[in-house]
Write a protein that binds this ligand. Structure first.
Ligand code: NDP
Length: 281
């Protein structure tokens, strides 16, 4: 019987911090972890996951652009994964894969516990409708935000995400070009990958109010364009995605090993060299 293996699948994935984070959690909890990064193009993902399972694969993280494919491949899915049709964590159960999504719980824990934000009652704008946006949308609603407006470069995907969330009274898809008509938001979450190309979607100043918090799921260089836009428009809080990355990893670790690691030390050590990081999870 091969020894248990863990991995993050993505494309590209070479810059992923997940192997380092899980190794640190393993040292902290005294659990020996074999966790690697596996590059798999979407067309090769099924085969790569099968080979991984055969060689002892017991748990996997899944990142860009494979989260929706992982949902389709999973034999069973948690309710929070089903709600949004995206999986970032796979757990081997016998001969099957169980799919879960820890992105949303990770974001909410970072914003509330680490940054002390009360999300309840916040008018919230979510920019993006890809795997990450899908992961966080349900958790933001559960955390009590007051209405969730979703915009995306491809509007049909914003519509599809809004439909999947199944709360038409609280979730409002809009055209990105017309988002300025929606007024101010208390929480603006950038869940696009535009920052990886050094850009930010065109957003009007009218979105920012007195207590707006701006959150980019990207971290390192990829978070610079959006957070620069946010600071230039006077947001009260500007938060990157590094804390979410560590928290979603801790949630995955707990699913696999039954222990939730302490995250502050790992976050602090990554943050000290954050500027040089490239978002990859
Ligand atoms: P996807 O490829 O699934 O989705 C990308 C999203 O970005 C889509 O909504 C896409 O719009 C939009 N987009 C891409 N380029 C542009 C652009 N130039 N202008 C406007 N919109 C654009 O990626 P994910 O959702 O998985 O990831 C999004 C980002 O979040 C990534 O950069 C990733 O690193 C980060 N992330 C961070 C995590 C963390 O723990 N901190 C966890 C997960 C992700 P369209 O639909 O029109 O293509």
């Amino acid at each position: 019987m091969p020894s248990p293996r863990y991995a993050v699948f993505g494309h590209p994935v070479a810059h992923s911090l997940s192997p380092r984070i899980h190794a640190a959690f393993g040292r902290q909890t005294g659990i020996a972890i074999d966790y690697t990064a596996i590059d798999a193009a979407p067309s090769a993902f099924t085969e790569a996951l099968t080979a991984f399972a055969t060689s002892g694969g017991t748990g996997a993280n899944v990142t860009l652009p494979l989260k929706e494919a992982a949902f389709a491949l999973a034999d069973t899915q948690s309710e929070r994964a089903q709600r949004v049709g995206a999986v970032n964590t796979l757990v081997r159960r016998g001969a099957t894969w169980h799919g879960d999504n820890t992105d949303g719980a990770g974001l909410v824990r970072d914003l509330t516990d680490r940054h002390g934000l009360d999300l309840r009652g916040r008018r919230t704008l979510l920019i993006g409708a890809g795997g990450a946006a899908r992961g966080v949308a349900g958790a933001l609603l559960e955390a009590g935000v007051d209405g969730l407006t979703i915009v995306n470069r491809t509007p049909e995907r914003a519509d599809a995400l809004a439909d999947a969330l199944g709360e038409p009274g609280r979730v409002h898809p809009r055209y990105l070009e017309r988002v300025g008509e929606a007024g101010e938001f208390d929480l603006i979450v950038n869940a696009t990958s535009a920052g990886r190309a050094g850009t930010v979607p065109a957003l009007p100043r009218a979105l920012v109010g007195m207590r707006t918090a701006a959150v980019d799921l990207n971290y390192g260089e990829a978070s610079v364009p959006f957070l620069a836009w946010a600071r230039a428009h006077g947001v009260r809080d500007a938060i990157d995605g590094l804390g979410m990355l560590v928290e979603q990893a801790a949630e995955s670790f707990a699913l696999w090993h039954g222990v939730r690691p302490e995250t502050d030390a790992v976050f602090a050590s990554l943050q000290s060299r954050n500027v040089a990081l490239v978002s990859a999870d």
